[in-house]
Structure formats: C-alpha cells, structure tokens
Design a protein. Structure first.
Length: 292
C-alpha cells in the first residue's frame, strides 16, 4: 500500500480505520472523502497526521470520484445512507448513494484492492437499505469475476457500538429530553461489534483477503430489551420509561449474517441468526457503552 482512499472517511468507522492504517503503516497516505465538513474536522483531530489527506466532495459525483481515486492503490468504500426509515422514505437517495456510487468507484478504480462495506440487512433483504447493500455486494463480486488482476472484497457486519445516529444515541437524547425511550420491539435482536475490532478486521482483510469473498467478523448479539435496560441503567433512572412503538417498515425481528447457499462467505460464526447467536449480557453491553 502507498495511497489509500476511504469513502465516508468522516464517519465513525471511517475515522477509526484511517487512524488504524496511519498507526500501522508509517509510509502510507490516507485520503478520506466526505461531504460533511464537521465530520471531516473530527476525523482530522482523531487521526492528527500530516499523512491524512481530506477531500470534501460527494461520492455520487463522477468528477469527485475520479479525483479522489487518482493514483490510489486501495479503496475502502464506507460511504452509505444507512438509516432504515430514511431509506424507505427516500429510496432514490439510497440507491444513488449505496448503489450507483459503488458503480462510479468501480469504474474509476485502477488500483490493487477494493473493499466494500455491507450489512447483515443485505441478507434476505426486506427493505430498501438492505436491497441497496445487496446490490453493492453483487456489483463488487461481479467485478471480481471480470477483473482477475485486482482484488474485490466485501466485508459484511452488523451494528457498530457507538456509531453516530445509532439507536443508542437516540435513546440518550430521549432520556435527556423526556426521560423515556422508544423501543420498536423488545424481542428484536441484532448483531453488534466494537468499532476498533471492526477497523482492525478491515485492515486485516486488506493484508490477507481473497478476491471474490465476503468476510464476516466475529460478532455477538443482543436483544433490544437487554440493550434498552443497559442504556437506562447507565443514563437513566428509576423513573425512565420504555414505550413500545412496533416494527418500522423494512425492519425484521431478527437479522442473519449469511445464508446457507452462500459459498463465498468466510466466517467463524457458529450461528447465522441474531436470534441464536452468542448473547451479550447486560453487563457486557454496559461495559461496551461506557467506552463511548
């Protein structure tokens, strides 16, 4: 590696990947692309390196993509529209960011390694967000079959503890304002991973990943009931209430990280379903949350 581009580099995962790369490899340049000035400033403070090169621009614009990928040998594509409700309400935006943007990047890419970030919601997708990420996976894997000279890899993950805009962030705000939290379903379960673990995993895939594969890091699961209890114990009080809102459009009660018919998935998870995965205790959840 000489020059690395991280799209969505102003985001929570992007800045952790950028810092991990800069710390591990003394000679590389890391370009981070984001359209959000505030997020980019946070990334620059988080990384604090003159080898970090910020680019303000939109991954949907071909001129920006050509400029950002020029001379780059590794692309880590993290930019995405990720909120399920917004993707359902504005599918054209979700398609443009989550699907068309990856086509632009693949067309402009002339380096060695291309990694695209996907989600468990791409497996047996029921909503717009999952569907757009499923197409992202298909496009990257198609390119791996067309181009044997380069590596094209997908990393698929569940939820990241501490990420911006997460349900945990929303609950914290609700507790501050109303001393209550809104929960869609107490039975709902999700996969979770620590951001540093995911960043390290992505860096490891750059080093050892095989083209045409979908890599899934080890993740534990939690029910929304346990997650809500942990948040209330940490940030609420005895009077904090729980309001059940019901599933939103495009949401599933449980998620799957891979399907039995997928032959190109690399994972050591014993269960594909968040319903039967290795469960986080409330104390473990609190320990993870306390770190952010």
């Amino acid at each position: 590696m000489d020059k690395v581009l991280i799209t969505g580099g102003g985001g929570f995962l992007g800045r952790h990947v950028a810092r991990g790369l800069l710390n591990k490899y003394s000679g590389i340049e890391v370009r981070v692309l984001s359209r959000h000035e505030h997020d980019m400033t946070e990334t620059m403070v988080h990384c604090d390196s003159d080898r970090l090169k910020p680019i303000i621009g939109d991954v949907r614009e071909m001129d920006t993509v050509r400029y950002a990928t020029k001379g780059v040998d590794t692309v880590i594509h993290l930019a995405a529209m990720k909120h399920v409700n917004f993707c359902e309400s504005y599918p054209s935006e979700a398609i443009a960011i989550n699907t068309i943007a990856v086509m632009n990047l693949l067309n402009a890419f002339a380096g060695n390694t291309f990694i695209g970030m996907s989600t468990d919601k791409a497996v047996e997708a029921t909503g717009c967000y999952g569907a757009t990420k499923l197409l992202l996976e298909k496009l990257i894997l198609e390119q791996s079959r067309k181009d044997a000279e380069r590596r094209y890899i997908v990393v698929r993950s569940g939820n990241i503890f501490g990420s911006s805009g997460s349900v945990i962030e929303r609950w914290q705000q609700q507790i501050r304002q109303f001393n209550k939290i809104t929960v869609t379903s107490l039975e709902m379960s999700r996969f979770f991973i620590n951001v540093d673990a995911l960043a390290d995993f992505i860096i490891g895939i750059i080093e050892q990943g095989e083209s045409g594969k979908i890599y899934i890091p080890f993740q534990k699961t939690a029910t929304l009931e346990d997650l809500a209890k942990a948040v209330i114990e940490l940030y609420g009080n005895k009077k904090t209430e729980m309001e059940i809102a019901g599933l939103r459009k495009g949401e599933k009660v449980h998620e799957r990280l891979f399907s039995s018919f997928e032959t190109n998935v690399v994972s050591n998870l014993k269960s594909a379903s968040s319903q039967t995965g290795e469960r986080l205790s409330i104390e473990e959840i609190k320990d993870w949350l306390a770190g952010y």
